[in-house]
Design a protein around this ligand. Structure first.
Ligand SMILES: [Zn+2]
Length: 321
């Protein structure tokens, strides 16, 4: 989604979110610490506690955005996949070259634009690492007219982030050609299978179609979801229910695990989730705390928490240690 700053306010979530860090504080976790480290592990390990945020939208209205992001990145030990409108591609490509550990450029394109294939080729030539967030499509994601873009992404071994599930309404007075039904998580299954070299990432875990999202991730090694958006607020009193959706921990009922260099053999079903915030810079830390509350409610193992918060994306992107 675009318009991130307005979204949570629009949904009235800000006060609920503000309450999260305090409740987490009762568990003895300092607000600024990136992870709970297990016994015998060094808190000085910058790599182990790095957060990789899949879902940071470039804010073209803030002229200091890159500087603000770099400051936050230093404070939280955070790498941002920066979802960049095509019009802003140059400034972000330049910033990513200067700060390769902090900014990973992703290109936001309109799948229905007549020159979208050319745009994608240009983004690749500029060093972009993937596409996203794809959204507001005129046809369902699996429409063959979008295949030329997916074919390129497949050739580039790219990560592609799709909005999935419910989408807010921006305009109340004029007709809009926008429908959540074109962005259902079930469409990602076909894309993942037809284009197996794309790493397919679904934003918002298909809200509210969590079950479809999880089941598709379960049988497709190249499909993952983030839990950005309103879900962790909606579910804050019943976060343990996510164990029923990500149910196959320590069973054989799943595909081989996604891996690049290191086989993870992580038995937790939650390994199919990655961290994404989809909020303004000043709210990212509160989303980190929401993920931690989820981990706690669902008993997510320490090793899996680290993979969700950064390890998996760091491997996908080949981030330097
Ligand atoms: Zn979205």
């Amino acid at each position: 989604m675009s318009n991130r700053l307005s979204r949570r306010k629009f949904l009235g979530n800000a006060s609920a979110l503000a309450a999260m860090p305090g409740s987490w504080g009762l568990l003895g976790v300092p607000a600024g610490s990136a992870f709970l480290l297990g016994e015998g592990e060094s808190a000085s390990s910058k790599t182990a506690d790095r957060i990789v945020d899949l879902h940071v939208h470039f804010d073209e209205k803030n002229p200091k955005f890159i500087g603000d992001l770099l400051k936050l990145s230093d404070r939280l030990n955070l790498t941002a996949c920066l979802l960049t409108p095509f019009a802003n591609r140059k400034v972000v490509a330049e910033a990513a070259k200067q700060h390769p550990k902090q900014i990973i450029p992703f290109g936001f394109v309109d799948l229905d634009a007549p020159d979208v294939v050319k745009q994608v080729e240009e983004l690749h030539a500029m060093g972009y690492r993937g596409l996203g967030e794809l959204e507001f499509v005129k046809k369902p994601y699996n429409d063959p007219s979008y295949f030329p873009v997916y074919e390129l992404a497949n050739r580039y071994d790219w990560i592609v982030l799709f909005h999935t599930g419910i989408v807010l309404r921006k305009n109340f007075d004029a007709p809009e050609d926008v429908a959540s039904g074109r962005m259902r998580p079930i469409y990602l299954e076909e894309i993942a299978r037809r284009f197996p070299k794309i790493t397919v990432l679904g934003a918002h875990c298909g809200n509210p179609e969590y079950e479809w999202a999880a089941e598709i991730a379960r049988w497709n090694p190249n499909v993952f979801f983030d839990l950005s958006g309103s879900s962790l607020t909606k579910m804050q009193g019943r976060l343990a229910e996510f164990q029923k959706i990500f149910w196959w921990s320590a069973t054989e009922w799943h595909s081989a695990e996604w891996t690049v260099k290191t086989p993870n053999n992580d038995p937790s079903a939650f390994i199919k989730i990655v961290f994404g915030s989809d909020v303004g810079l000043d709210e990212i830390e509160s989303v980190v705390n929401q993920y931690r509350a989820l981990f706690d409610a669902c008993g997510v193992p320490e090793r899996t928490r680290r993979m969700i918060m950064g390890g998996t994306l760091a491997q996908m992107l080949g981030l330097p240690d």
